[in-house]
Design a protein around this ligand. Structure first.
Ligand code: ADP
Ligand code: ZN
Length: 212
């Protein structure tokens, strides 16, 4: 499968992506994870991205396209991929279209997780992330076995810098302004599949019947 996951921060794109990779072996490509990795490693890319990310703003289209142009040409992408957090703007969507034409590839579908603002805010403020392996917890609905410690790898779990209340409302605003227009863009391309839940069971079913 070659799929784009679309939806506001906290809609559950990462979780759905993990379920889908287990289903068919496609790779999850998360621009957010790539950028956080670069910031943590202190690379040039990380330095360029850090300030925008802390504030919950987008990094530049040029930076993202540079990353994705390379990433989509790596061998593991041949099996299929789930794009998580990319594209985020109309220029990125157009650039992706050109890139895929050049690579002679076609998207199967764009899966939109259409989740309400209240649900999102509640989810994001209670979300915690492992500093080492990226595993995601929720202090209300999915706490780790030991407070503050990752079940998977034993490292510390923390609230992301961009998951405080003020930054979250900015991220939602950025989503509405810059990313929500992609819904219409992909509807016109005939690729949109919109779903009002982020429960993996129903999402997987809807996707299967769409791709059948
Ligand atoms: P979210 O949980 O909001 O979906 P991500 O983990 O996907 O967040 O991304 C975290 C941050 O990385 C974003 O707030 C933004 O600063 C940057 N980022 C990630 N993907 C993109 C992209 N495609 N275009 C611009 N900025 C991006
Ligand atoms: Zn961990």
């Amino acid at each position: 499968m070659k799929i784009i996951l679309l939806g506001p921060p906290g809609a559950g794109k990462g979780t759905i992506a993990k379920v889908l990779t287990q289903y068919d072996g496609s790779v999850q490509i998360s621009t957010g994870d790539i950028l956080r990795g670069a910031v943590a490693a202190g690379t040039e890319l990380g330095k360029q991205a850090e300030a925008a990310m802390k504030a919950g703003n987008l990094v530049t289209d040029e930076l993202i396209m540079g990353i994705m142009e390379q990433r989509l040409q790596q061998d593991d992408c041949k099996i299929g991929y789930l794009l998580d957090g990319f594209p985020r703007t109309i220029p990125q969507a157009r650039a992706l279209k050109t890139l895929l034409e050049k690579l002679n590839e076609k998207l199967d579908c764009v899966l939109e997780l259409d989740i309400s603002r209240d649900v999102i805010i509640d989810r994001l403020t209670t979300r915690r992330t492992c500093t080492q392996c990226g595993a995601i917890y929720n202090i209300k609905s999915k706490p780790p076995k030991v407070d503050g410690i990752c079940d998977v790898c034993g490292s510390d779990i923390v609230q992301r810098d961009d998951e405080t209340e003020a930054v979250i409302s900015n991220r939602l605003e950025v989503y509405n302004d810059q990313t929500a227009p992609l819904v219409d863009f992909y509807r016109q391309e005939g690729l949109l599949l919109s779903i009002q839940t982020s429960d993996s069971g129903p999402v997987l079913e809807a996707l299967k019947s769409r791709l059948r």
